[in-house]
Design a protein around this ligand. Structure first.
Ligand code: PMT
Length: 331
């Protein structure tokens, strides 16, 4: 009883801090356009459902959010995330037949372009003799396959790209996506690989203009970012399959933190990764098991077996959900 009361109070505080976050956030530019794109995308899903070929839809979040320090932002706090995990995972989800909403940080890694140099326009192309442009020979195959695969994913209607820079944009767009995915029930999935800032400067306490330099140094108070994961699981899309991530630099606390996140937020799986080995190995924590997943060899991606594993978990979940719903509706 006392525990129930405690949970109720904690949830109320969380609701209030999430409300305050959204109320004070600067309005999302392009909201109408984003909503329209999502509606069209989800409508595409309904076409497949009617043809007995129900597609699954995953929202992959990727890259790190920035925390602006001024409203007319000159400086911001950032994090290390390259977006590689999200970009490569998107490729494997698409290959497996999923429809993918790729919510990524502007300027981070893009699906199908991972094997191109950092500055592809300047490094992959050169002027040709007929005063046009041609692909430099070592990159011919990589450029061709990046363009082909990207175009085919976009033209198929199975791939929607949305982008963010700030924490405010990320959380607002995620909310809109969540409401769209909720309509798909258990066929919807979240794969939350973005590195989301834990602390921020609330918009209403943020200075308008550039912070001036001064002799005394700078002290700022950052507020904790409310954990949207709770709301996503409980209200925004309670039936969707939800995979969150846990990153640590200390391997000794990683699994404990991942297991505690799984319980606290009620997600279906937590992908635990350690910063320095994240490209080689991850551990997927579910209520049944802790499964170590490693890349299969040199030049391979750990995301290939990871997505394979998660797709199987999602399939078991959708089966269980449809079976459970069918059984309860018979009662
Ligand atoms: O991009 P790469 O360089 O390839 O690196 C990939 C990665 C290491 C960033 C990725 O594998 C990863 O671990 N991403 C999550 C890192 C992280 O921010 O962990 P966290 O402990 O801060 O957050 C845990 C989970 O809660 C995340 O799934 C996050 O989406 C979610 N969250 C976090 C904060 C918040 N306010 N609300 C949330 O819902």
């Amino acid at each position: 009883m006392a525990e129930d009361k405690h949970i109720e109070i904690t949830e109320k505080c969380l609701d209030e801090s999430i409300d305050a976050f959204f109320k004070s956030a600067p309005p999302l530019q392009d909201l109408d356009n984003i909503t329209k794109k999502l509606e069209n995308f989800v409508a595409q899903h309904s076409v497949h459902s009617e043809s007995q070929n129900t597609k699954k839809v995953v929202c992959v979040t990727s890259g790190g959010t920035t925390v602006p320090l001024e409203r007319r932002c000159v400086r911001y706090i950032d994090n290390f995330s390259s977006g590689h995990r999200g970009a490569s995972s998107t490729e494997y989800f698409l290959k497996a037949g999923y429809m993918v909403i790729f919510l990524h940080r502007r300027g981070t890694a893009q699906p199908f372009c991972r094997f191109l140099p950092e500055n592809p326009i300047l490094e992959c192309f050169e002027p040709s003799d007929d005063s046009g442009i041609q692909v430099c020979s070592p990159y011919a195959e990589a450029v061709k396959s990046a363009i082909q695969e990207h175009k085919s994913a976009v033209n198929s209607g199975y791939f929607l790209q949305l982008d963010f820079t700030t924490l405010f944009e990320y959380l607002q767009i995620l909310q809109v996506i969540t409401l769209a995915i909720n309509r798909l029930g258990a066929y919807g999935m979240f794969y939350l690989a973005a590195a989301v800032s834990d602390f921020y400067v609330p918009w209403d306490s943020m200075t308008e203009h550039k912070i001036q330099s001064g002799p005394g140094g700078l002290a700022m108070q950052l507020a904790p970012v409310p954990k949207m994961l709770t709301l996503l699981r409980k209200r925004w899309a309670p039936v969707a399959f939800c995979v969150s991530f846990k990153l640590e630099t200390d391997i000794d606390i990683l699994l404990k933190k991942a297991e505690s996140a799984r319980r606290k937020y009620g997600v279906h799986a937590v992908v635990a990764n350690e910063l320095s080995t994240r490209k080689e190995k991850v551990i997927v924590v579910t209520d049944q098991s802790q499964t170590v997943i490693e890349k299969k060899g040199v030049g391979m991606d750990v995301e290939e077996p990871l997505i394979d594993f998660l797709i199987k978990e999602h399939a078991a979940y959708t089966f269980h959900q449809s079976h459970f719903v069918a059984k309860t509706s018979e009662l």
